[in-house]
Design a protein. Structure first.
Length: 440
C-alpha cells in the first residue's frame, strides 16, 4: 500500500520555459484532465508533441492515422504527433494464426460469463505479443521525439493512458448491473473479479493504465540521458485515483467511490512511479479527485463527491469568485430547489453508517454491496432529478473547475519534485482555484 501523502501547498517551481518540450503520452480525444496540463505547457511556451494510439481496420488490424486523421489530431493537440500506433493493452493481440482475447471472449453471454473459462497459456502468449508490439513501437516513437528535442531543453512527459475493457457485447450488460444496478439488478463486483473475464480485465487494466508508464520510462532512457548530460531536466507525470479528501462535517476526510475496479491498476501505477523515483527518475502519480467524464459516466454515484468542493471553495478563503460558483450551480437547479438543500442531502449521505464503512484506506478498493448501491445510486438519481436540464448538471461545472485546478498543481508540482505519489484533495484544489481567480 502506497504511503498517503497529500499536497498541502501550492507549488511555485518555474522549471519549464520557452523552447522546452512537452510530450503527451496518450492521445487527446476530448476534454479531460490532461487539458489543464497542456494549457500550462502552452502558457510556458513549450513545444507540444504527442502520439497516437492508431486506429483499427475493419478486420481489427492496427494502423497509423490517415493524412486526414493525422491533421485533425494535430489540430486538436496544437502540436506535432508522431504517427506510429501506440495502442496499449493486449485484448486484440495474438501470435500469428491464433485467436486474440477478444475473439476468445466472443461467446460469453450474460448467463454464462461467471462460469466461462479461458486458456491462460494462450492469454499469456497474447499478452507477450501485445507487450512486444507496444514496446517496439514506443522505441520507434521515442527515436523520432529525440530528434525534436533541442540540446539544453527540459522535457515533460505526461502519461495519460487508461482503460482496458475488451470490446465484447456482453460486458456492457454486466457493467450496468455492477456499476448501476440496485435491488434485483444489483450484481457483486467480487463476482466479476473472481471470474476469468474479470481476471483478464484486471490484466489488461495493468497493461494499459500502469505498465505503459514503465514502458515510457524505459523507452525514453536515451532521451533522459542526453537531456541530463546537457544540463536539462526530465519529468514524468501520470493520473491516478485512490480516493479523495472532501469536506464531511467541516473536516477534510478521505473517502472513495466504490466499486472502482481500476483501483488495482492504479496502485500498480503508483508502485512503478515509486520504483522509478528510487532510481533517481522524477516520476509522479497525481491522485486526482472524482470528476464526471465520458468514461466515468458508467459509474453512477462517482460524481457525488464533487458537491463538497463548493464548501471547500468558501472554506479556503474564497470570496466573490467562490460565491459566483455557488450562484452558477444554483441556476442549474429546478424552481424551488435550493443549492443548500442539495448539500444537506450530500452531508446526510456521507454521514450514513453505510458510507462511513467504505472510508477504509487500507482496504481500498473495496467490493460493492447492495446497501451501498441502493444508497449511492438512489442519492445520485434523486439529485440529478432536481436539475432543470439533465444535460446541464452541477457536477459538469464542478468537474471543469477540478480540471482547471489540477493543471497548475501538477505542472509546477512535478517541477518541484516532491514525491512519487501525491494526492490532490479538495483543500488544495480550492486554494489553487481561489488563487487563480483572485490574482491582481
Amino acid at each position: 500500500m502506497t504511503e498517503y501523502k497529500a499536497l498541502r501547498h501550492i507549488p511555485q517551481a518555474k522549471l519549464f520555459r520557452q523552447g522546452d518540450v512537452f510530450v503527451l503520452f496518450g492521445e487527446l480525444f476530448g476534454r479531460g484532465y490532461v487539458n489543464g496540463l497542456i494549457d500550462e505547457a502552452r502558457a510556458a511556451g513549450m513545444t507540444i508533441l504527442g502520439i497516437t494510439v492508431g486506429r483499427r481496420n475493419d478486420d481489427g488490424t492496427l494502423r497509423a492515422l490517415t493524412p486526414e486523421e493525422h491533421a485533425e489530431a494535430e489540430a486538436k493537440l496544437g502540436g506535432r504527433i508522431i504517427n506510429v500506433p501506440l495502442m496499449a493493452g493486449f485484448d486484440m493481440d495474438a501470435p500469428p494464426g491464433e485467436q486474440n482475447p477478444t475473439e476468445m471472449l466472443s461467446g460469453i453471454t450474460l448467463k454464462s460469463w461467471q462460469e466461462d473459462k479461458l486458456d491462460w497459456t494462450k492469454i499469456d502468449a497474447c499478452r507477450t505479443a501485445g507487450v512486444k508490439r507496444f514496446t517496439e513501437s514506443a522505441q520507434a516513437v521515442m527515436a523520432e521525439i529525440d530528434k525534436l528535442i533541442p540540446d539544453g531543453a527540459n522535457v515533460f512527459f505526461a502519461h495519460t493512458m487508461a482503460g482496458g475493457i475488451p470490446k465484447i457485447k456482453a460486458f456492457l450488460a454486466i457493467a450496468n448491473r455492477i456499476y448501476k444496478g440496485r435491488g434485483d439488478r444489483f450484481m457483486s463486483s467480487r463476482a466479476l473479479l473472481d471470474s476469468d473475464l474479470g481476471k483478464l480485465i484486471l490484466m489488461n487494466f495493468d497493461e494499459v493504465s500502469a505498465n505503459t508508464l514503465k514502458y515510457l520510462i524505459d523507452a525514453s532512457a536515451g532521451i533522459r540521458a542526453r537531456v541530463e548530460a546537457k544540463g536539462g531536466q526530465v519529468r514524468y507525470t501520470a493520473y491516478g485515483y485512490h480516493g479523495t479528501e472532501i469536506l464531511i462535517g467541516d473536516e477534510y476526510m478521505w473517502q472513495t467511490y466504490t466499486n472502482y475496479t481500476q483501483g488495482y491498476a492504479k496502485m500498480r501505477l503508483e508502485s512503478i512511479a515509486t520504483a522509478a523515483w528510487a532510481q533517481g527518475i522524477a516520476a509522479t502519480v497525481f491522485n486526482c479527485p472524482e470528476i464526471r467524464t465520458n468514461s466515468s459516466d458508467i459509474f453512477v454515484g462517482v460524481e457525488l463527491s464533487l458537491f463538497p468542493l463548493l464548501l471547500a471553495l468558501k472554506k479556503e478563503g474564497g470570496g466573490a469568485w467562490a460565491q459566483q460558483q455557488w450562484d452558477i450551480c444554483q441556476g442549474l437547479l429546478g424552481e424551488g430547489v435550493s443549492l443548500q438543500s442539495i448539500l444537506d442531502k450530500l452531508e446526510a449521505y456521507l454521514q450514513t453508517a453505510t458510507s462511513a464503512t467504505f472510508r477504509n484506506f487500507d482496504a481500498w478498493p473495496m467490493d460493492n454491496t447492495p446497501e451501498l448501491a441502493d444508497l449511492m445510486i438512489g442519492t445520485s438519481d434523486e439529485i440529478t432529478s432536481l436539475h432543470t436540464d439533465k444535460k446541464a448538471l452541477i457536477t459538469d461545472h464542478l468537474s471543469a473547475l477540478v480540471l482547471e485546478g489540477t493543471g497548475p498543481l501538477m505542472f509546477h508540482g512535478a517541477a518541484e519534485k516532491i514525491a512519487p505519489v501525491l494526492w490532490l484533495n479538495h483543500d488544495i484544489i480550492a486554494r489553487q482555484l481561489n488563487a487563480l481567480h483572485t490574482q491582481g
